[in-house]
Write a protein that binds this ligand. Structure first.
Ligand code: GLU
Length: 305
């Protein structure tokens, strides 16, 4: 009975793609009747209580309930620092003073895929480190890896491999990085099944690698497709134009949205449905990797053909 989770960043208004992912996360827990936990990923400076309240209101309107205790990442800074300290004791971290521009301008990493960290600060001498420390600009902290080729297995996408580079664990401003906290929290919450949008698929080998380094089992990975607009662009949380409030303001119902979300996840439904009907018809093997398209003009969510 793998425990699931939904981990929203309260950085804007949910769009229909976020709601679809939340409903999918809940549906994937239904066959085993397992728990779905909620985690607020609120470390981003644009996270706010106002956005969180709006996201909570959307869950309520959909009838989506979570189990157990909520976790809030801003309450967990000490726990992340302890994991970082443990990795540092094992000599698995190093300070990095590179700016984005430094990384762009450096010769490509010998092992890494495009955009991966070229290793500039990886083997600095004590003197070089002291020089940089005197410069006064605080460093980020990176994980020291041997650039392993890590393959994860995703329930929808199958095998996905990446070469894992020395990714950032703590940003230069002291904020623990997403790629660290997601791994720490999924383990602490006992999460056995991660359902999230597939823009994170490429980061998942990093997460799997860090789970291995920390001696933790990897959860099952299920990356559901993003929702695009009629022009093929991803929906964004910014403007709320594809959100539930506007959907309802235009005279539509929660049940009609749930029916559309359910159908886009392969469930045969009429034009209106509640969560119970979605769960009753849910077949995990009917979910595809095709992006869904939300056409705002006609307020329809459909799979791309
Ligand atoms: N907080 C991320 C988001 O709202 C999701 C991260 C995850 O599920 O691992 O897009």
């Amino acid at each position: 009975m793998p425990t699931g989770r939904y981990a929203p960043s309260p950085t804007g208004t949910f769009h229909i793609g976020n709601l679809r992912t939340a409903v999918a996360a809940w549906l994937f827990t239904r066959p085993d009747d397992s728990d779905l936990l909620l985690r607020w990923e609120d470390l981003d400076t644009t996270a706010s209580a106002v956005h969180e309240a709006a996201q909570r209101a959307d869950f309520e309107r959909l009838g989506l309930r979570f189990d157990g205790l909520e976790l809030r990442q801003t309450d967990r800074i000490e726990a992340y620092r302890e994991v970082l300290a443990d990795l540092s004791r094992r000599d698995l971290t190093y300070p990095c003073w590179c700016s984005r521009k430094d990384i762009r301008d450096a010769p490509a990493a010998p092992h890494g895929p495009p955009g991966s960290y070229p290793g500039t600060c990886r083997d600095l001498s004590r003197t070089e480190i002291a020089d940089r420390e005197r410069g006064g600009r605080p460093p980020a902290t990176r994980l020291r890896t041997d650039h392993p080729h890590v393959t994860i297995v995703d329930r929808l996408h199958g095998e996905h491999s990446e070469i894992v580079d020395d990714f950032v664990l703590e940003r230069f401003d002291g904020t623990p990085a997403y790629n660290l906290v997601v791994v720490v929290d999924d383990h602490v919450q006992g999460v056995g099944q991660v359902v999230r949008a597939d823009d994170l698929l490429a980061s998942t080998p990093r997460h799997a690698h860090l789970h291995h380094v920390l001696g933790q089992p990897e959860p099952e990975w299920i990356h559901v497709p993003l929702v695009h607009d009629a022009n093929g662009d991803r929906l964004a949380k910014r403007d709320g134009s594809a959100g539930l409030a506007l959907w309802l303001a235009n005279g539509r119902t929660v049940e009609s949205l749930l029916a559309q979300i359910g159908r886009s996840l392969g469930i045969a439904l009429s034009d209106a449905a509640d969560l119970g009907e979605l769960a009753a018809g849910f077949d995990p093997t009917a979910v595809t990797t095709e992006p869904a398209v939300y056409d705002q003009a006609t307020a329809t969510l459909s799979l791309a053909d």
